[in-house]
Design a protein around this ligand. Structure first.
Ligand SMILES: *[C@@H]1O[C@H](CO)[C@@H](O)[C@H](O)[C@H]1NC(C)=O
Ligand SMILES: *[C@@H]1O[C@H](CO)[C@@H](O)[C@H](O)[C@H]1NC(C)=O
Ligand SMILES: *[C@@H]1O[C@H](CO)[C@@H](O)[C@H](O)[C@H]1NC(C)=O
Ligand SMILES: *[C@@H]1O[C@H](CO)[C@@H](O)[C@H](O)[C@H]1NC(C)=O
Ligand SMILES: *[C@@H]1O[C@H](CO)[C@@H](O)[C@H](O)[C@H]1NC(C)=O
Ligand SMILES: *[C@@H]1O[C@H](CO)[C@@H](O)[C@H](O)[C@H]1NC(C)=O
Ligand SMILES: *[C@@H]1O[C@H](CO)[C@@H](O)[C@H](O)[C@H]1NC(C)=O
Ligand SMILES: *[C@@H]1O[C@H](CO)[C@@H](O)[C@H](O)[C@H]1NC(C)=O
Ligand SMILES: *[C@@H]1O[C@H](CO)[C@@H](O)[C@H](O)[C@H]1NC(C)=O
Ligand SMILES: *[C@@H]1O[C@H](CO)[C@@H](O)[C@H](O)[C@H]1NC(C)=O
Ligand SMILES: *[C@@H]1O[C@H](CO)[C@@H](O)[C@H](O)[C@H]1NC(C)=O
Ligand SMILES: *[C@@H]1O[C@H](CO)[C@@H](O)[C@H](O)[C@H]1NC(C)=O
Length: 659
């Protein structure tokens, strides 16, 4: 609730600064080797994981020209794409008889390789066999074959091909046509990058790899609007031909599952998208669909998009708030004022919905705003409207900020526990959760002292696999972990942030239970895949998603905090540079907005002199703050400037910090 007030007040302030148009492309370098994205949509398996029964020349399936023969009923071969992929399988088939038949099964984790079933996506079931296989019955075509479009498999790493007859079947030219991010010409053409060596971990390229893992995860979560999952399919089977929005592409929660629009997930996935591909159209389409479903009477927004969520079904105040925050982020990154004007009536209606739930003393009446926005929706000319907006919004922005400030005080009065040094779950408990504490720091509800205290307090939940959420027993939730990670950086505990990265995201990236490329939805306190076993997932570990955008917090955190570059007004017309050196020797990277390239490269020499090159579009304005360092800095070799922040204008500058 409070978060959405803060978001809206910030959103209104953003209206006051705006926009221009250009684009830029990203520098290539050694970091490109760590990207999981491919230039071509046609990808082939890169190794044979296993064979059973009588399979002749399985290895032939790895080369484009080779072939293999399944010689008897029940013989099977497991092909490994060695990372998450998703789409439609094609192959050339040469059946020896009209009785030849085969089936395909799919899984993200190697734990669920089976000739009898895929990992589950349609529904969770204790038998871990809800989805079953894709049967391709006799008589088979002779020649090129492609999986039926409705049976698309959204996310998998292992493909198992099983013969269902004793008549041999020869196959060749097995490939997958990637279906994700369908509007993107070249999936590996990013608009941002990040690179740093990590001397504190077993893999010095970990930070760079995890940045790319997050970026690729979100790419796999962008799908065509008519390739969502049908949640009502009977076992065995799955269907990925549901329409889940108005316009596509849309961003969904996961590649395999749910393949549905979930606003909370976007709180992490959209910043990832911004710093890596700057492909924000899917975010806009997903937000637009949720907003189009505003309850006309109450202003309520759905928990998630149909068909998974019923508009008249479960309502979630937090997910409602996430949609509002999603709009804030989308506007901050794009400056897309035309779209914002179009949804403004519903946006304010949705805010009203939350306000109606507030205590009488905290109520905000925005009836006038709704009238004002509605009166602006008729077209008219854009310049006149922009001026009209600015005049009205200036007044409103300060009113909302004032209310947000009042709420900040009320929040601290109600929930801060001096004894625990953290926020309690509510005013009548001493229980301190991970989510509220991490979010309170991220949304600036704390003083620096409180933030430091929360950062320390949160470490009490850690084990070797990550941060166990006290409010979700036996669960490590990388979604909330992504906010906790930011909280450690914000509170100045950079080493602690790296420690959490190593434990939680290091575990996900390297464990052989995972796809070792995209990021898990969640897992248990001992690292098993039995996420939410007892609360909703029916002890079906195969149902867990291995490519969930909400787990990609490190991607934006590395850019925004370690590199230290953030935009503070739409498209980065103003920006802030505040690097967290974190004990690293160097880092470089950046992102693109419609204004152009925003890049930084910094180096710490002999643990003392820090040199940075910052490059931002001419015409922009920035501030530089070096956390934890008292001495001043020199811009382009000029006079030493003391006191933070130091103002720097757009263009390319060399900054030297004398520590
Ligand atoms: C399949 O049946 C058709 C028609 O009955 C026959 O012409 C063809 O040769 C058969 N193919 C194989 C591979 O046995
Ligand atoms: C697994 O359980 C589901 C119900 O959850 C059932 O429909 C399905 O037939 C079962 N599959 C197997 C292979 O037993
Ligand atoms: C293939 O093997 C399966 C499992 O043993 C069996 O159910 C099926 O009838 C066999 N198919 C043929 C055509 O022999
Ligand atoms: C091999 O598969 C590709 C698609 O992956 C297809 O375009 C091509 O035509 C196939 N080659 C043959 C010889 O069928
Ligand atoms: C795709 O983008 C990458 C990165 O910019 C570039 O190296 C590659 O040449 C592009 N591929 C094609 C086919 O355009
Ligand atoms: C999805 O495909 C199946 C199989 O063709 C079909 O029965 C079903 O009606 C399709 N669903 C939608 C929403 O198009
Ligand atoms: C706003 O919500 C109403 C339903 O309450 C819907 O009919 C309308 O299309 C929505 N407007 C936008 C721009 O999504
Ligand atoms: C939701 O409820 C309203 C009012 O009862 C009804 O008109 C509408 O059809 C319902 N929508 C769905 C998707 O069930
Ligand atoms: C701020 O809150 C007060 C009451 O607490 C309310 O009267 C006022 O309308 C609110 N301002 C806005 C912009 O919502
Ligand atoms: C909200 O504002 C409207 C119009 O200004 C007014 O009619 C209404 O009584 C106000 N509601 C509250 C709860 O203050
Ligand atoms: C307050 O929080 C505790 C711990 O989460 C919970 O058990 C209790 O039900 C909550 N009380 C209220 C009134 O929500
Ligand atoms: C956090 O809030 C305080 C006021 O409580 C404000 O002075 C400060 O600028 C805010 N910090 C950020 C980063 O917005």
């Amino acid at each position: 609730m409070l978060a959405s007030y803060l978001a809206i007040s910030k959103l209104l302030v953003l209206f006051l600064a705006c926009c221009g148009l250009t684009s830029a492309s990203v520098l290539s370098g050694p970091w490109d080797a760590f990207s999981y994205a491919t230039d071509s949509r046609t990808v082939r398996p890169t190794s044979v994981f296993k064979t059973e029964g009588s399979v002749l020349n399985a290895i032939g399936l790895i080369s484009p020209a080779g072939e293999a023969t399944l010689q008897s009923n029940g013989s099977w071969v497991v092909l490994d794409f060695e990372k998450e992929v998703g789409g439609l399988i094609s192959m050339d088939i040469s059946p020896s008889s009209n009785a030849s038949a085969f089936s395909l099964s799919f899984t993200e984790s190697s734990m669920f390789i089976s000739p009898f079933t895929s990992d589950d996506s349609s529904a969770s079931s204790a038998n871990e066999s809800y989805d079953g296989v894709l049967r391709v019955p006799a008589p088979l075509p002779n020649g090129f074959w492609t999986q039926p479009a409705d049976r698309l498999r959204g996310g998998f790493r292992f493909l198992t091909i099983v013969s269902n007859d004793d008549a041999p079947i020869t196959i060749s030219n097995v490939s997958c046509f990637l279906s994700f991010s369908p509007h993107v010409q070249n999936l590996s053409d990013y608009s941002g990058y990040f690179s740093a060596k990590d001397p504190f971990f077993h893999d010095e390229d970990f930070l760079t790899k995890i940045w790319y893992a997050g970026a690729y995860t979100v790419q796999t979560n962008v799908i065509a609007v008519n390739e969502g999952r049908d949640p009502f399919v009977q076992s065995p089977g799955w269907e990925n031909n549901a329409t889940i929005g108005i316009e596509g592409p849309v961003i969904v929660d996961g590649a395999k599952r749910d393949r549905d629009i979930w606003p909370g997930d976007m709180g992490i996935a959209v910043p990832t998208q911004f710093v890596s591909t700057n492909d924000l159209l899917p975010s806009r389409n997903s937000l637009a669909y949720i907003i189009s479903l505003t309850d006309p009477t109450t202003g309520a927004l759905p928990f998630c998009g149909p068909p998974l969520c019923d508009i008249n079904g479960t309502k979630s105040d937090t997910y409602h708030a996430w949609t509002l925050i999603g709009v804030y982020n989308y506007y901050l990154y794009t400056g897309d004022i035309d779209w914002l004007q179009g949804i403004w009536t519903n946006y304010t209606k949705a805010l009203q919905f939350l306000e109606n739930k507030a205590q009488p003393s905290g109520l905000i009446n925005i009836t006038d705003t709704a009238d004002w926005a509605r009166s602006d929706r008729g077209g008219v000319d854009s310049e006149g409207n922009a001026l009209y907006y600015q005049k009205n919004i200036e007044a409103l922005a300060s009113a909302w900020s004032a209310n947000a400030t009042a709420l900040k005080t009320a929040f601290n009065k109600a929930f801060w526990s001096d004894e625990r040094g953290m926020y309690t779950d509510n005013a009548t408990t001493t229980f301190v959760p991970q989510d509220a504490n991490a979010l309170a720091v991220v949304f600036n509800l704390t003083t620096l002292e409180q933030a430091k205290s929360i950062s320390l307090g949160l470490t009490k939940n850690w084990n070797e696999f990550g941060a166990v959420a006290p409010e979700a027993p036996d669960t490590i939730a990388p979604f909330i972990g992504g906010f906790e990670l930011q909280a450690h950086f914000i509170s100045g505990n950079d080493a602690r942030a790296l420690d959490l990265l190593h434990r939680e995201w290091g575990y996900m990236l390297y464990t052989n239970l995972s796809v070792q490329s995209t990021l898990l939805e969640g897992y248990t306190a001992n690292g098993s895949l039995g996420y939410r076993s007892a609360i909703g997932y029916n002890y079906d570990s195969s149902y867990t998603s291995h490519a969930h955008g909400w787990s990609t917090g490190p991607t934006s955190a590395l850019t925004f905090y370690v590199l230290g570059l953030q935009v503070t007004s739409p498209r980065g017309a103003t920006w802030a540079l505040s690097p967290h050196f974190s004990g690293l020797n160097a880092a470089e990277g950046g992102f693109t907005t419609p204004l152009g390239w925003f890049g930084v490269s910094w180096e710490v020499k002999d643990n003392a002199i820090i040199s940075m090159v910052v490059s931002t579009p001419v015409g922009t304005q920035g501030t530089v703050t070096i956390p934890g360092i008292e001495t001043g800095l020199q811009v382009d070799g000029g006079t030493t400037q003391h006191g933070w922040p130091v103002s720097v204008s757009g263009g390319s500058h060399t900054i030297t910090v004398l520590n």
